[in-house]
Design a protein around this ligand. Structure first.
Ligand code: NOJ
Length: 555
């Protein structure tokens, strides 16, 4: 296939280790559990697994609060288990991709414990420390991403420290070259172990502005979202190029940065030949329901044409610069069936419809665990049942903004990150075959019908649809590398596009409604039907949530 790299020809599977497979009865998943499922992933056509953090962590933010960057949390197993995972993955051509969380560490990291102990210790400026305002209040009115002030008072130093996320996640000071080197050394440690790449967390926040000032309040709490004050500060790319030179260069790996808010016109500075990363997760298409990307109670409606436009923009932006990581789900987002499909949609049909787009756009598809089985959101009846720290913060924000408790819980139902974090459903056995103990998070109550064992045996299941479609994609030069062209651009019911190479066109049409919809059959030219989500398809008509793929040879 036309000079494509290994990671451009495969699908990546995102694993949330805590919820994937427990082999010890502890109620949380572990590394041995991941290794035991490699054959399942191989059958799905997966060439790389991205693990959300498995380092030692107090788990305030489920591992995104790291207390040691070069070790394994005993809850997940040992370094020997990890080495075995790499080795077993290599046997199957599945590479392991680690999550680097370098904007912040845990407040239990030894670096922070030293840093907070005095204003003069050797690590005194490894984090972002500032004096209080004259009246004792925080240095600025910035609101952290999980709600509340982004500053926390520290008695020992009589100063505040900055935390873009939770109080327990103090931001590292990238201006200090020793900090940068320590982080680069940790990444090189994992490269020496043979990892296949990195997903780099919250990377747009690492560079802070020179002067910290209050922002115009954007909510009733008198605060302003920190994102608008610190994200993508000038000079950030200098740090990142150093990162690339000292870590990524010379390795056959891929890197994907989590980069909220990078504008399409700046993309060439971030990815591709002159950029830093192989790919960049940007969020315009998954943030349509909250236009500012942050405050859940500001949920808004969106139109299909907006979703199509967001995707078309990303496809255009990555046509010549870098490569697109295609995703509709991850551990921070609602399940895509609930997120993008109409209320009342049949979950099997809806999952197939979303899978069709995921696996036919130009880029590397990222499948999030459970997506290949058609997982849907949960809706627990009280905020106390939710584990996710952001759900609690956003619930409070909604109450502050004047919403009732019921309404605040409704926002949580839709957006909670726990929607994505319920354990994998391997079988109809007790606890869905995930654990023999007490699961750390309740298992979705649909597990008896929605699970890997049942779906493996059913040729019409979502799982088998994913397998067949992934296979089709990986054997199609046109689906792997062809250009993206919009089709029926202004249509509010059908998501349609063409993928084109010199000698072939592939047409993809997906009905996003619960009704039959007509489309002008002539747009398909001479193309022949090759794949679809219904047993029988109709000319010029798409059945409810139907997805079809047509192919045409170009003479
Ligand atoms: C983004 C991660 O995906 C999310 O889960 C985490 O809470 C924040 N970054 C903070 O690390």
């Amino acid at each position: 296939m036309k000079n494509l790299k290994w990671w451009q020809k495969t699908s990546v599977y995102q694993i949330y280790p805590k919820s994937f497979m427990d082999t010890t009865g502890s109620g949380t998943g572990d590394i041995v559990g991941i290794t035991s499922k490699l054959d399942y992933l191989k059958k799905l056509g997966i060439g790389a697994i991205w693990l959300t953090p498995i380092y030692p962590s107090p788990q305030v933010d489920n591992g995104y609060d790291i207390s040691d960057y070069t070790a394994i949390d005993p809850a997940y197993g040992t370094m020997a288990d990890f080495d075995k995972l790499i080795a077993e993955g290599n046997k199957r051509n599945i590479r392991v991709v680690m999550d680097l969380v370098y904007n912040h560490s845990s407040d239990k990291h030894k670096w922070f414990i030293e840093s907070k102990s005095s204003r003069t210790n050797p690590k005194a400026d490894w984090y972002i420390w500032r004096d209080a305002k004259a009246d004792g209040t925080p240095p600025t009115n910035w609101r952290g991403i999980f709600g509340g002030s982004a500053w926390q008072w520290c008695e020992e130093r009589q100063q505040y420290y900055l935390h873009t996320f939770a109080v327990e996640q103090p931001d590292l000071n990238w201006e200090n070259p020793e900090v940068r080197q320590a982080l680069f050394d940790a990444a090189n440690f994992w490269l020496d172990k043979g990892v296949g790449g990195f997903r780099i967390d919250a990377i747009t926040y690492i560079k802070k502005p020179k002067i910290f000032v209050d922002g115009e309040p954007d909510g009733k709490d008198g605060m302003v979202a920190i994102h608008t004050m610190t994200a993508n500060t000038d000079g950030i790319l200098d740090f990142l190029h150093e990162f690339k030179r000292k870590v990524f260069d010379g390795h056959d790996i891929f890197t994907v940065g989590e980069a909220n808010g990078v504008a399409a016109e700046d993309l060439n500075k971030w990815v591709g030949a002159d950029g830093v990363f192989s790919m960049l997760f940007e969020f315009s298409h998954v943030n349509l329901s909250i236009k500012d990307g942050e405050i859940w109670c500001r949920r808004t409606d969106w139109k299909l044409t907006e979703l199509k436009q967001a995707i078309a923009n990303s496809q255009a932006a990555t046509k010549n610069n870098g490569w697109y990581p295609i995703f509709f789900e991850n551990h921070d987002k609602p399940r895509s069936i609930n997120h993008f499909m109409p209320k009342g949609a049949d979950s099997v049909k809806a999952a197939k419809a979303m899978a069709t787009i995921l696996l036919t756009l130009r880029g590397t598809p990222f499948i999030f665990e459970g997506q290949e089985l058609g997982f849907t959101n949960i809706a627990w009846d009280s905020i106390e049942k939710y584990d996710d720290i952001q759900s609690h913060g956003q619930y409070e924000i909604a109450l502050n903004e004047g919403f009732s408790k019921d309404k605040a819980l409704e926002f949580v139902h839709f957006f909670s990150r726990d929607n994505a974090r319920t354990p994998m459903q391997w079988s109809a056995d007790e606890n869905a075959g995930f654990t023999t103990g007490q699961s750390w998070l309740p298992i979705h109550d649909d597990y008896k019908i929605c699970n890997a064992a049942v779906e493996d045996a059913d040729k019409n299941s979502v799982l088998n649809y994913f397998r067949r479609l992934d296979d089709l994609r990986q054997h199609s030069e046109t689906l792997l590398s062809g250009d993206y062209e919009e089709l029926l651009k202004d249509d509010e019911k059908i998501f349609a596009f063409i993928r084109a190479t010199e000698n072939k066109k592939v047409y993809v049409l997906v009905n996003f409604t619960l009704d039959e919809v007509k489309f002008p059959a002539e747009i398909l030219s001479q193309a022949k039907f090759i794949f679809g989500s219904y047993d029988k398809n109709k000319i010029g008509v798409l059945q409810p949530l139907e997805a079809v793929i047509y192919e045409e040879a170009i003479k």
